[in-house]
Write a new protein. Sequence first.
Lengths: 424, 339
Amino acid sequence: MLLVKNGRVVDPARNTDATLDILLDGERIGEVAPAGKISSSNGFEVFDAGGLVVAPGFIDLHAHLREPGQESSETIETGTKAAARGGFTAVCCMPNTKPVNDSASVTRFILDRAKTGASVRVWPIGAASVGSKGEAIAEIAAMEQAGIVAVSDDGKPIATAKLARQVMDYCCSLDLPVIEHAEDVSLAAGAVMREGVTSTRLGLAGMPAAAESVCVARDVQLAELTGARLHIAHLSAKASLEQVRSAKQRGLRVTCEVTPHHFTLIDEDVQYDSRYKMNPPLAAREDRNALLAGLADGTVDAIATDHAPHEPALKDVEFDRAPFGITGFETALGLALEQLVHTGRVPLMRVVELFASGPARVLGLERNIAAGQPADLTIFSLDRQWTFRAAESASKSRNSPFDGRTFKGGPVATVVGGRFVHRI
Amino acid sequence: MTHRLHDLLALESLSADELTFLLDQSKPFQEIQKHPLKKLATLRGKTVALAFFESSTRTRISFGTAASRLGADIMNLQAEASSLKKGESLLDTVHTLNAMKPDCLVVRHAASGAADFVARHLDIPVINAGDGTHEHPSQGLLDALTIRDRKGKIDNWNVAILGDIRHSRVARSDIHLLGKFGCRLTLCGPAMWVPRELQQIAPQAAIRRVFNVEEALDGADVVIVLRVQTERLHEPALSASDYVLLYQLNGERLRRANRDAIVLHPGPMNRGIEISPEVADGPQSCVLEQVTNGIAVRMALLFLLCAGHDEEGTHPSSEAQQPVNRRAADVKDPSHASR
């Protein structure tokens, strides 16, 4: 039994923002009561959350844990340790491992590894097509029974409109969301950043915003055709967001996520430093402004990290040759507070929704703080000064553009299944 | 100069004063090219490493000649002969070269930003001899030197640049340099090679895009013709005969320019594609002067960056007193004394 007392409980699903005590009874929340109502003399472990925010456990819809196959960059153990430090209680891991998670046996391997070595919950995402090659549909039902929470060919889109349509049809019957890495690969071919004045000045090959939005248009129309649950991953372009907004207005089951780096940085920040190279690439200023608006107005459903670790030797090369991706678990909340809350752009309640109940809804789950719910909590400060040092990260990789950045507020303690998995 | 140049990675970051200084420094080395004996001892005992990760003939020979005319020793790395094929990273390769203790590294690479990347990891001066589609600063300087020689000044000309500007590092260096001297730049070529973003890469420069070559040449004082890289014709697919039809600089089109306009080309030329033989060999063409000036500019750069690290850098003008170098006695260097 763990008593979290005196915390400012922010629970968007119940529209609660109050000082409450929460008694965790093993894996579940036992009781939620006004501060002081639960006697702490009963031999419970007590955590005084005075001055801190207590939120439903954060869920990251988009991460790469690299296991199996690329353990030199990350493992389920190191990745989830970093996730716990970042305040995440559950992480959805993308299937582009080696081998690709396109079968129940790989799904079970991931879940077995998670059972023994993971700090937080690991929810695998299965490949939509065999080997994510875009040819044949993967054994989605078998993976669903093994424990996947969604399908995606992340790293690339589902290769053809026809296959995307089939996957969507099939996933309707399985009630699984289809997560799309929206990218027209012909428009993006060879590109290493967003096309614009900066790419032109630097002489780096750029992809236009349309490389993303053209594919979003395809997928939204197929979602309309099939009635599927479509989730657009790491949405970065204003034109894509407008399509998601209009799809929602039409009542389609279309959702989207935005990464902290896309709402913080823009293409102008790229200076041949491969820590600023990711896909989708950092977008234009007007795209970032649109994302900030979408985060505030509810068009965006979730903040997801796209945590993409790469060992230093892979990233310390010419910009053109560096792999796409940056780490993201440990800086996500700090960036959200910095960019969204402290600036007054987005209320705290809504930010918690973007990290917790929003992503839960994408997966068809509930996340709130009430008796009987899983005992997963993210406890964070709004004002503690701290500096992110990539060299001290729990991740195996160091590829973050936010190395050395000082934040105001960030994770203090992470509780999964009633136990602390991270505590400062 | 208040600020000492450590590397030469791009012209974008240099001021007009700094660029003028570099051009002035090239002047005495231009004189040397006219002498029967061209070798100085200025960099005797120094080693210049030439690391060319992309095939190049003229730029590599030009830098190599510049280094040897300054008396430096040369380390030559060519991509074909290097361990890159064996999977060694760029960083490991340049660290290995650096461990052989050169005094300066000249780097050519197919990736934009490669010289910048190398400079971040090495303490010795790095000269960018062309990085991808970013910049080719020594080419920009030699173009400016050629313009200044032929036309008396660099400032305020109407400059037309013709060709595949999107993929041209020469064009970027020229735009940054000439833009700082008040030149009005007209970029001309097929639309996919002249993206509108190019108009904003140098905020202080007056840049316009024109898709009609006659219009671009009207009133031009300087015409810079870029090489059509045949490998680029495929991406995006563009018909070579269309290019010739619409954009080749021929005698008739050149007559639209001012009568004393000059024509530059960074080489190597595709005669009959982007430039007609008549123009290439005509009186307005500066192509061979550009080559000669290239050596002078590169001698100045190597001198400034290599010798600059000693307490007493010996410029050819001060070497004049030394019997060891006969040729240097003829060299005048007004700029050195004035700064």
